[in-house]
Write a protein that binds this ligand. Structure first.
Ligand code: LLP
Length: 420
C-alpha cells in the first residue's frame, strides 16, 4: 500500500498534487512519500515484535541522507556494502551499534573505518576476507565481530541477476564448507564470531525459499553449538518482494509468522536487511512526454527521463507501471508503445510494448514503484545531471537532493597542462 492516488482528477502524493512538485522541481524528479516509508518500516518492525530483532535497512536500495535519518528515527539500523555507505550512514545519524557490513570485496581502508566506528558486525563472504579483517583488527588492537555469510544453495525463484544464494553465485561461503570455516574463524585472535548471515536474493514472491534457507542455517547453528561456537545473531538478509505489476508477494507478517516457530526456542537476535519492501513503492519517478514518434513498426513516447535515471527496465527488463498525472488521460484509447528516453542507446527504455493511453507532448507521467534501486543506480551517462529527490510529509514538499548542475558534471576533472 502506498500514498500515490488520484484525487480531483490528478495524481497526488499524500495531500500534494504531484504536478505542484513538478512546478517547483521540474522533470524528471523522484518523489517519495513519508507516510508510506514510515508505514512500511513500522509494519516490518511490528511483524517481528515477538522475536528479538534488529532491522538493518539495506541502504543500497535508497541511500539519501533524509531517508536514512528517517529509518534511524524509526529505530532501524542499516546494512552497508561500502565505505561510502558507512560515511552516509554515520552522517545521517545511524547508530554504529545497528550497522552491519556486507559485500564480497571490502578493502582494508573500508574495514578499518568500520572497525574504528565500532559497527555491530561484518558479514564475511570468504576465508580470505576473514583473514583481511583479522589483520586490520590486529593493526588497530581491536577485535572484529563477524557473521559468516553462508550460501545455502536455495533457489529464490527470482531474476538471475538478483539471485544470490545459489552455488554458482559469488556470494557467501558454501554451506558444506561452513562448519570448517567457522572453526577457523573462532581461532583467529582478532575475530569474535557472533553470527550467521544469509541473503538468497531479491524480489522474492514466496516465503518458502526463506524457510528452506533458514532450516539449513539452523542445522549449522546446531552443529556449531556442538563444537562450542555460540551463535548470537542470525541474519536472514532482505529480499521480500513488492507489487510492481500483479505480483502478490508475502507481507512482512507472513515472513515473521514463518520464522517464529523456527527461532522461538533459540536465544538469538534476528537481523533483517529489508530494502525494496520498505522504499520500493514509496517513490515514483516523474517524467514529461517530449515527443511522439511513429516508427516503421512501432510507436514511441519519448520522455525526458532515461536509463541513466532509472536503469531497472534496461538492466533487468523490469516492469514499472506508468500512470499519467491527469486521471482523465488514463481513459483515452490505448496503444502499444515503447516509452523511451533521450539516451543514445537502443536499450534506453522505461517500458516496452506497453498498452498506454494516448499521451500528448508536454503531459506528465509517473513511473511507479521507483523508490528502491532507482535514484541510487542512476548515473551521469550522456552527461545528464542527476535528477532531484523530494520527500512529501504533511502537505509539505522537502527537497532532499537538488538537481545536479552542469558544473557538478565536471567537478574533479582537469585538463593537464600539456593539452593547453
Ligand atoms: N542484504 C543483502 C546482503 C543484499 O545483497 C541485498 C540486496 C539486500 C539485503 C536487500 O535486498 P532487498 O530487500 O532490497 O530485496 N538492483 C536490483 C536489486 C539488487 C539487490 C542486491 N542486494 C534491482 O533493482 O532489482
Amino acid at each position: 500500500m502506498h500514498d500515490f492516488h488520484y484525487r480531483d482528477g490528478e495524481l497526488y502524493c499524500e495531500q500534494v498534487p504531484v504536478s505542484r512538485i513538478v512546478k517547483e522541481l521540474g522533470t524528471p524528479c523522484y518523489v517519495y512519500s513519508h507516510a508510506t516509508l514510515v508505514r512500511h518500516i513500522r509494519a516490518y518492525d511490528g511483524a517481528f515484535r515477538n522475536i528479538p530483532h534488529i532491522i538493518a535497512f539495506a541502504m543500497k536500495a535508497n541511500s539519501n541522507l533524509a531517508i536514512l535519518r528517517l529509518m534511524a528515527k524509526e529505530g532501524s539500523g542499516v546494512d552497508i556494502v561500502s565505505g561510502g555507505e558507512l560515511f552516509r550512514a554515520l552522517k545521517a545519524g545511524v547508530p554504529p551499534s545497528k550497522i552491519v557490513f556486507a559485500g564480497v570485496g571490502k578493502n582494508p581502508d573500508e574495514i578499518r573505518d568500520a572497525l574504528k566506528a565500532d559497527i555491530l558486525m561484518f558479514n564475511v563472504e570468504s576465508p580470505a576476507e576473514l583473514q583481511a579483517i583479522n589483520d586490520v583488527a590486529a593493526s588497530l588492537g581491536l577485535k572484529a565481530r563477524v557473521a559468516l555469510r553462508i550460501n545455502p544453495d536455495i533457489d529464490p525463484k527470482t531474476h538471475p541477476y538478483i539471485s544470490t544464494g545459489l552455488k554458482k553465485s559469488k556470494f557467501g561461503i558454501a554451506a558444506d564448507r561452513a562448519l570448517e570455516e567457522f572453526k577457523i574463524a573462532s581461532t583467529l585472535r582478532h575475530i569474535e564470531v557472533v553470527g550467521v548471515h544469509k541473503h538468497i536474493g531479491s524480489q522474492l514472491t514466496e516465503v518458502t525459499p526463506f524457510v528452506e534457507a533458514m532450516k539449513k542455517i539452523l542445522k549449522l547453528v546446531e552443529a556449531l553449538k556442538q563444537d562450542g561456537i555460540d551463535i548470537r545473531y542470525i541474519n536472514i538478509g532482505g529480499g521480500l518482494g513488492i507489487t510492481y505489476a500483479d505480483e502478490t508477494p508475502p507481507q512482512p507478517q507472513d515472513l515473521a509468522d514463518a520464522m517464529f516457530p523456527l527461532v522461538r526456542d533459540l536465544k538469538v537476535t534476528l537481523v533483517m536487511e529489508p530494502g525494496r519492501v520498505i522504499v520500493g513503492n514509496a517513490g515514483i519517478l516523474v517524467t514529461k512526454a517530449l515527443y511522439l514518434k511513429e516508427g516503421e513498426s512501432k510507436r514511441f513516447v519519448i520522455v525526458d527521463a532515461a536509463m541513466n535515471d532509472l536503469i531497472r527496465p534496461s538492466l533487468y527488463g523490469a516492469y514499472h507501471e506508468i500512470r499519467p498525472l491527469k486521471e482523465e488521460a488514463g481513459h483515452r484509447p490505448k496503444h502499444q508503445v515503447d516509452v523511451v528516453g533521450p539516451v543514445c542507446e537502443s536499450g534506453d527504455f522505461l517500458a516496452k510494448d506497453r498498452p498506454l493511453p494516448d499521451v500528448k507532448p508536454g503531459e506528465l507521467l509517473a513511473v511507479m514503484s521507483a523508490g528502491a534501486y532507482g535514484f541510487v543506480m542512476s548515473s551521469n551517462y550522456n552527461s545528464r545531471p542527476r535528477v532531484p529527490e523530494a520527500l512529501v510529509k504533511d502537505g509539505e514538499v522537502h527537497v532532499i537532493r537538488a538537481r545536479e548542475t552542469y558544473e557538478d558534471l565536471v567537478r574533479g576533472e582537469t585538463i593537464p597542462a600539456f593539452l593547453s
